[in-house]
Design a protein around this ligand. Structure first.
Ligand code: AMP
Ligand code: ZN
Ligand code: FE
Ligand code: FE
Length: 281
């Protein structure tokens, strides 16, 4: 039996490491299976796909996609989809645009509070990667407005603080449909972080395949609760470290530590392969 991590980020979104650096690190942690789940992009995954065999890593396609549910942004994890599926690729392109528009709106909110910060410098911080709030946090730190990422989120960037910002992200129903039509499976990311049990049930009712039962933000009792919920609802169990790089997030020390057994990967693949068969008929 080997270890799997199905939740990691690279510099294709808000992670620090390049896809190859992440593979090297995964190898050093003796991971057998890895999914790169950058925010709304598979660019990092596509780069790593070519290199993974050299590192003895089985890489499965992945992405952490933001879907809108009412006024909330929901993180959904897509796995094992056909990575050349045109509607899926198009969805990611739209999400990339939506991220840029959202960041422009966030900058306006910050400017209205008297902060001198420009959209272009945040975009430069993201480099070619999909822009997100951690890039804005980095600039706020550089300019001395806050002393760290946690403070940046508490004071300026939390969902509460950017509540009025409209976004053009896809709805969660669309994300679920398009991922499934690409032959992928879709799981609810870190359910313990922000939803009540009732909300989790409502969300899975939209057609989710799985629950991310294992995540560094989960206490042991949450882990057990979500695993029981997944089993009773016939849902896939997914999990991973949500690694973003070194010292960027409070979860970073858990890379190689918060993992799932690779037997769970078989169920994910089975569900996805059956779906591909049905989609292709
Ligand atoms: P965004 O993609 O713009 O919605 O930003 C989401 C990302 O911000 C998450 O994936 C984390 O990397 C980071 N993040 C969210 N909340 C916090 C927080 N309270 N402290 C530090 N980082 C956070
Ligand atoms: Zn992130
Ligand atoms: Fe997330
Ligand atoms: Fe994540």
């Amino acid at each position: 039996m080997g270890k799997a991590d199905l939740h990691t980020h690279t510099n294709a979104s808000d992670g620090d490491l390049s896809p190859e650096e992440l593979l090297r690190k995964a190898q050093s942690k003796k991971l057998k299976v890895l999914a790169i789940t950058d925010h709304d992009t598979i660019r990092g995954y596509l780069q790593a796909k070519e290199l993974a065999p050299e590192y003895g890593i089985e890489l499965i396609s992945g992405a952490e996609i933001t879907g809108i549910w009412g006024s909330r942004e929901i993180h959904l994890l897509a796995y094992n989809f056909c990575d050349d599926d045109a509607p899926f690729r198009e969805m990611l392109l739209n999400q990339r645009k939506a991220r840029k528009l959202r960041m422009q709106a966030i900058v306006e909110v910050l400017n209205n509070q008297g902060l001198e910060i420009e959209y272009d410098e945040i975009l430069a911080e993201a480099n070619m990667g999909n822009v997100g709030r951690p890039h804005a946090a980095a600039i706020l730190i550089k300019k001395g407005y806050v002393s760290g990422v946690a403070e940046a989120f508490i004071r300026y960037l939390s969902s509460e603080k950017i509540k009025g910002v409209q976004t053009e992200y896809a709805s969660i129903q669309e994300v679920i449909r398009i991922t499934k039509e690409a032959g992928g499976v879709i799981s609810l990311a870190h359910p313990g972080r922000m939803y009540s049990e009732k909300e989790v049930t409502t969300l899975t009712g939209f057609g989710l395949d799985g629950l991310e039962c294992i995540h560094p933000s989960h206490t042991y009792s949450m882990q057990r609760k979500f695993t029981a919920l997944a089993k009773s609802g016939n849902l896939l169990i997914t999990g991973g470290s949500d690694y973003h790089g070194t010292g960027k997030s409070e979860y970073d020390p858990y890379f190689g530590v918060v993992t799932i057994g690779d037997q769970y990967i078989e169920s994910i693949k089975r569900t996805s392969e059956n779906r591909k068969r049905i989609v292709n008929v």
